[in-house]
Design a protein around this ligand. Structure first.
Ligand code: ADP
Ligand code: MG
Length: 757
């Protein structure tokens, strides 16, 4: 059944070539018990390795049950070992951390049996070897003879035709040796081919049917000592089942348990890094959210020169007007010194005719009045603002496109911030306001008396409804407070209000008090009427500056901040000119006949600060990412090193798995599984630690900097997407790193793994 033709195994060493096996020809049959005798170094182990497919000959061919193995690929050899060969070694090669029974079962797990079938077969073999009692003992708790019985049971587990035993009694005392010989003899008599390497010629003579003597890799004698039973050859078994997933998991788990110290060490070094990664990724994902806030300001629309402002006023003129009113406000000392002067002015600088003439200029699409009305709703002042066309509304004011009020809808939309001011509750849910009727008063300078209630004339009252609440915080978190003082209407609706109230010669002023929840105060000044109200909330920088909660103290910072803002705000007297591609130098010259043509300073200021903040966020994102990379790299490398070291400690075990037919892939799976289990369990523990820690940092940031109010959200708010990404990424990377040592381990040759020193 086993035929060797001109088998030669050469080892090319640096200086010379060693012929470990030299031109061997021989045939073995089922039922034979062959002893191979020879001095140390005569090539016995090498020959047995060739027979067992642990190693392939340099020349010649091996024919098994009529099948020529010279065309075998690695996979065929694995299957050949698993299905046809049972190995028994001098030093037993049992896996130290598995019990007697488990050592047998591990071989069975390569042949696709159910756990029950495996257990039954293992019990059967334990009984056959007479070691049922020792089934739950570890190798170190077994005697030499018992260990060799376990090894033989394991060799028999897959019902192989051929048993290869390399000095099976080399480590046993004479009595035990005899018992093992009897077992091997019985196996041969029952139809196995047993090939045994031994030093002991007496044992060979007493038990085997044939003795082959080797010297320097050559056969020097080959004699039949007693007749063997004749058996018919079988078909070569080609079962291809392989290591089962759960067995791989079990082996991996076991390995981790056995190497408890290095496992704990790995986890202890992984967990802090993973916790840090969760925190950093949480931050990174939130930061990218802030970044998205700037899109409206930094978007394409603004980059193109398709928007200009035109005003008949000189800048100096505007400034002096403001200064006059500013002085007046200070003189009146309404809320000295925390008053914001001249917040919004509505002056109608052009007649309708002038506007339509401007619209006739080539390349001018539309000239929009910047229409604001000061209005009162429930005794709270707001600024009613006409929205420019959809695209502009979205970048100028951060109005999400889906919330843009179409012209036919004669209602108002409020930002959720404005709605909160209306409800006088910063934490109120505001959605229920959608669809409710609402009444507001428009302030009319001419009819405005000194005292506020008297200007609430019936003819200025508008009954309408809230058509939408915009959750602007989803789009422009950083600008959200800006929206608190505004309510919006469509441009068309604003125009119709203008007609109804003949607002052309209105001049309305408003200013704000530090506390938006204070009731309305109005006062008339020269050239206008001042109201106080929520516009202060409109300052996006306010909470960054004062770092206190909304109702608490305010200080002079605000005043300066508003001074800065105010200068920009004069664009309410500028008309927005929307251009198309046909706009040219001539058109610009014509437009300039109507007044100053500029890009709004307010926009320049916003864009500038948005750009700066955007840059700042970019840098922070970059550095956070770099830190994340370093933080994850260090423990990952450590795990890699630990796994590499473990290969060295486990070459024997890998060799055993290979000798019983494990494929390279199975070894790789076990290693990857180990790093995977390590990564996953560290990941879960890290998550449990990280979540409250993130919450803790968030709360500290919140109490120190009041970020919720100023940024619309805290950068350490839970960002589940960020945390999940961090989890998948870090667990994935650490698992993948197991592939490196795993590949190395899987490529080790089984014969070198099992060579005994
Ligand atoms: P035995 O089992 O009879 O003691 P071996 O089969 O282990 O002998 O070795 C036979 C010869 O081949 C020895 O001279 C040994 O040094 C050499 N040899 C075995 N394996 C290798 C190897 N991997 N590289 C080089 N020489 C080897
Ligand atoms: Mg040897």
């Amino acid at each position: 059944m086993l035929k060797l033709e001109n088998i030669t195994k050469r080892y090319e060493l640096k200086k010379k070539t060693v012929y470990a096996v030299n031109n061997v020809n021989m045939t073995f049959h089922k039922g034979e018990f062959v002893s191979i005798l020879g001095l140390s170094g005569s090539g016995k182990t090498t020959l047995v390795s060739q027979l067992g497919g642990l190693d392939q000959p340099s020349e010649g061919r091996i024919i098994v049950n009529g099948v020529d193995t010279s065309s075998f690929k690695q996979q065929d050899w694995n299957n050949y070992r698993k299905n046809n060969i049972g190995f028994v070694f001098q030093d037993f090669h049992l896996i130290a951390h598995l019990t007697a029974k488990e050592n047998i079962e591990i071989a069975l797990s390569l042949s696709g049996l159910t756990p029950k079938e495996k257990s039954d077969r293992a019990e059967e073999l334990l009984a056959l070897m007479g070691i049922t009692e020792q089934r739950d003992q570890l190798p170190k708790q077994l005697s030499g003879g018992q260990k060799q019985r376990v090894a033989i049971a394991r060799a028999l587990s897959n019902k192989p035709d051929i048993i290869l035993a390399d000095e099976p009694t080399g480590a046993l005392d004479p009595d035990t040796s005899v018992q093992i010989m009897e077992i091997l003899q019985a196996l041969a008599e029952n139809g196995h081919l047993v090939i045994m390497v031994t030093h002991n010629k007496y044992l060979a003579r007493d038990y085997s049917t044939r003795i082959v003597a080797l010297e320097s890799g050559k056969i020097i004698s080959n004699e039949e000592v007693r007749p063997s039973k004749q058996y018919k050859d079988d078909q070569l078994s080609t079962d291809k089942s392989s290591l089962q997933f759960f067995t791989a998991v079990k082996i991996a788990m076991n390995n981790l348990k056995i190497r408890k110290k290095s496992t704990i060490f790995s986890m202890v070094s992984l967990i802090p890094s993973m916790v840090l990664i969760f925190g950093i990724m949480n931050l990174i994902f939130n930061m990218s959210g802030y970044k998205a806030d700037f899109k409206p300001l930094l978007g394409d629309v603004l980059g193109k020169d398709n928007l200009l402002y035109v005003t008949p006023f000189e800048d100096e003129q505007l400034e002096s007007t403001q200064k006059t009113i500013y002085k007046e406000v200070n003189r009146l000392n309404v809320y000295n010194p925390r008053i914001e002067p001249f917040k919004n002015t509505i002056i109608e600088p052009y007649t309708d005719d002038a506007i339509s003439d401007m619209e006739d200029i080539e390349g001018v699409d539309k000239v929009l009045r910047n229409t604001y009305f000061d209005v009162i709703i429930d005794e709270k002042p707001f600024l009613l603002m006409a929205l420019p066309p959809k695209a502009y509304a979205s970048y100028q004011y951060g109005v999400p496109k889906k919330h843009y009020p179409e012209d036919h809808e004669e209602g108002i939309i409020m930002s959720s911030e404005a709605a909160k001011v209306l409800l006088q509750d910063n934490h109120a849910s505001v959605k229920h306001l959608v669809g409710t009727d609402i009444t507001f008063n428009i302030y009319n300078y001419k009819s405005a008396a000194i005292k506020l209630p008297s200007i609430m004339e019936e003819k200025n009252v508008i009954h309408t409804k809230v058509i939408d609440i915009m959750d602007i915080s989803t789009k422009t978190k950083l600008m959200s407070n800006y929206h608190a003082g505004y309510i919006y209407v469509s441009y068309g609706y604003a125009e119709s209000l203008r007609e109804r109230f003949d607002l052309d010669d209105f001049t309305l002023f408003s200013y704000s008090v530090p506390d938006p929840f204070k009731s309305v105060v109005g006062v008339e000044v020269e050239g206008g009427f001042l109201i106080t109200g929520p516009q202060l909330v409109a300052d996006p920088l306010r909470h960054l500056r004062i770092k206190t909660s909304l109702q608490e103290k305010y200080n002079l910072f605000q005043f300066r901040e508003f001074d800065l803002n105010m200068r920009g705000n004069n664009y309410s007297v500028k008309h927005t000119v929307i251009l198309n591609d046909a706009f040219n130098k001539d058109s610009l010259a014509k437009l300039k006949e109507y007044g100053h043509v500029t890009k709004s300073r307010f926009d320049a200021y916003s864009v500038e600060s948005a750009k700066k903040t955007n840059e700042y966020i970019n840098y922070s994102l970059l550095s956070a990412t770099l830190i994340a990379v370093v933080v994850i790299l260090i423990p990952t490398l450590l795990v890699c090193v630990i796994l590499y070291v473990s290969i060295i400690l486990r070459t024997k075990e890998i060799g055993i798995l290979k000798s019983i037919g494990a494929r390279n892939k199975d070894i790789l799976n076990i290693f990857t599984m180990e790093s995977g289990i390590l990564a996953l369990s560290s990941g879960i523990i890290s998550l449990v630690v990280a979540l409250p820690l993130i919450q803790y940092v968030r709360n500290i940031l919140e109490s120190e900097y009041d970020l919720q109010a100023s940024l619309g959200s805290n950068p350490m708010d839970y960002n589940m997407l960020g945390i999940i990404t961090a989890f998948i990424l870090s667990v994935g990377i650490i698992t993948m790193i197991g592939l490196l040592p795993g590949r190395k381990a899987s490529k080790l040759q089984p014969n070198t793994l099992l060579k005994h020193e």
